[in-house]
Design a protein. Structure first.
Length: 409
C-alpha cells in the first residue's frame, strides 16, 4: 500500500491522457478533419474536490467494508457507457439484511471518471487492472471528477474496471445550545443639600449645593443554558436509534426530555426515512465560561453499534436585564439626561435669599426616580429641605430719647 497526494497520480498520466488518445483519435479519423479537442467526461454540476482528498493505492479487490465503511455503492466496468455525457446508474446496498436501491450519476471515457450523488460519500474506490485508487473525503462529499485508476505494471494507463462509493449511514444530528443571563437590579435614590439650616440677615443671600444620587446594584443574577437536539434519519430505510446522549463540558451527562412521533421516546426508537427524535434540555450554570455541548446519537444496524456526534459551543444571547434603567427628575432642576442606566450623581447650585427680618421659611425640593422596565414601575421619591431663618430686626430708638440727646448737646 502506498500513499500519494491526489495530484501526483494525475500528473503522472498527464502526457498519456492527452497525447496518446489524441493521436489514436486522429489516426482513426484520418479522413475527417481532426479536431484538437480531447475526449473527456463532462464535468457534473457540483463536482470538483480535486486536491481535497488523500489517495491510497490498494490491491484491486479492496472493498468499502475493508476500510470500515457501512455500505458500498458499486458500478462495474461492463455497465459504464463510454461517452462524455452523464448517465444515471442504479445500484444497491444491503442494509439490515435487505437490498436498497441508490442512484449515482457518472460520466467516463473509460479512463477518467466523474460522479455525482445525493448521498454523503466518504471514500471512492476506482479499480484498475491490477490495483485500485482509494480517494478519501474526510468531511464527505457528494461529487468528484477526474478520478483515475492506478497505472498497470508497465506504467500504462489502466482502464477503469469499477467505481465504488463508500457510505456511512450517519444520522443527521442538529445540536442547539444557547446560554442565557437574567439580571435584576435595584435602585436607591437620595437627595441632600450642603446647608440644610441657614441663619441669614435681612437682605443677605447664600449659595447651597444640592446632590442627587441614584445608585444601581445587582440584586439577582441567573445564568442558565437550554437547547434542543433533532435527530433525523435521512436514509430510505429504517434505523434503530438506541440512545441519545448529551454531555456538557464540566457538567457531564445532561438529562434529556425526548419525544418521537409526538410521544415520549422509548428506546430503542425505530426511525423511518425523514422521521425524527426531538430532545430538549436545560440547566443552571455558575458563570458564563465558554463550554462545549456534545451530542451523540447511537444506532444499531446489522448488529453493529455506531454513533453520530456533533459538538457546539454554548453561546450566550444578550443579557435580559430587569430594572436596568430609570428616568430621573427633579422639582428644581431640569436634568439634561432623563434616562440613566448606571449609578449617577447629579449636583446643582441654588442661591437662597433672606426674607424680611425675623422671618422663617422652609424650601422643599424633591427628586423622583421612575423605573423604565420594572415589574411594578413604582417610582421612588427623595426629598431635601433648607430651613432659612432671618435674624430679628434691631429695636427702634424711641423719639423722646432722641430729643433728649439732642438737648444735652
Amino acid at each position: 500500500m502506498t500513499i500519494q497526494p491526489r495530484f501526483k497520480a494525475i500528473q503522472q498520466n498527464a502526457i498519456r491522457s492527452t497525447i496518446l488518445p489524441f493521436g489514436i483519435f486522429c489516426m482513426v479519423m484520418l479522413w475527417f478533419s481532426c479536431s484538437s479537442e480531447s475526449f473527456t467526461p463532462e464535468h457534473l454540476s457540483g463536482a470538483g474536490n480535486l486536491y481535497e482528498s488523500l489517495t491510497e493505492t490498494f490491491d484491486r479487490d479492496i472493498a468499502c467494508g475493508d476500510l470500515g465503511y457501512d455500505a458500498e455503492l458499486k458500478i462495474k466496468k461492463y455497465r459504464f457507457k463510454h461517452d462524455p455525457s452523464p448517465h444515471a446508474y442504479v445500484t444497491q446496498a444491503w442494509v439490515n439484511g435487505k437490498p436498497y436501491a441508490f442512484e449515482i450519476t457518472a460520466a467516463t471515457d473509460g479512463y477518467v471518471l466523474s460522479y455525482n450523488t445525493e448521498y454523503k460519500v466518504y471514500a471512492a474506490i476506482v479499480e484498475g487492472k491490477s490495483q485500485a485508487n482509494v480517494f478519501y473525503y474526510p468531511n464527505s462529499t457528494t461529487s468528484d471528477d477526474t478520478l483515475q485508476a492506478p497505472d498497470d505494471e508497465k506504467e500504462n494507463r489502466s482502464p477503469i474496471q469499477r467505481l465504488s462509493l463508500c457510505l456511512n449511514f450517519n444520522l443527521t444530528v442538529e445540536n442547539s445550545a444557547v446560554g442565557s443571563v437574567d439580571q435584576t437590579y435595584a435602585w436607591y435614590l437620595s437627595k441632600s443639600v450642603s446647608h440644610p439650616d441657614l441663619q441669614l440677615s435681612e437682605g443677605q443671600k447664600h449659595a447651597v449645593k444640592y446632590t442627587i444620587e441614584a445608585t444601581k446594584t445587582l440584586e439577582q443574577e441567573k445564568i442558565a443554558m437550554a437547547g434542543s437536539i433533532v435527530v433525523t434519519n435521512p436514509w430510505p430505510f429504517d434505523i434503530k436509534v438506541s440512545e441519545v446522549v448529551d454531555s456538557l463540558q464540566g457538567f457531564g451527562s445532561m438529562p434529556l426530555d425526548c419525544t418521537a412521533d409526538g410521544s415520549t421516546a422509548q428506546w430503542p426508537v425505530e426511525l423511518f426515512q425523514d422521521e425524527q427524535v426531538v430532545c430538549t434540555f436545560s440547566t443552571k450554570l455558575p458563570d458564563k465560561t465558554l463550554r462545549l455541548n456534545s451530542v451523540t446519537a447511537s444506532t444499531t444496524m446489522d448488529s453493529v453499534v455506531s454513533g453520530t456526534s456533533t459538538i457546539v459551543p454554548v453561546l450566550f444571547k444578550d443579557t435580559n436585564r430587569r430594572n436596568n434603567c430609570v428616568h430621573l427628575q427633579d422639582s428644581q432642576e431640569k436634568l439634561t439626561e432623563a434616562k440613566r442606566c448606571a449609578t449617577t450623581t447629579v449636583q446643582y447650585w441654588r442661591t437662597i435669599h433672606a426674607d424680611q427680618c425675623g422671618s422663617h421659611k422652609t424650601i422643599h425640593s424633591e427628586a423622583t426616580l421612575i423605573p423604565t422596565d420594572a415589574i411594578d414601575g413604582t417610582p421612588q421619591i427623595a426629598t431635601s429641605e433648607v430651613t432659612v431663618t432671618t435674624e430679628a430686626c434691631a429695636p427702634e430708638t424711641p423719639e423722646s430719647v432722641l430729643q433728649s440727646v439732642s438737648i444735652r448737646k
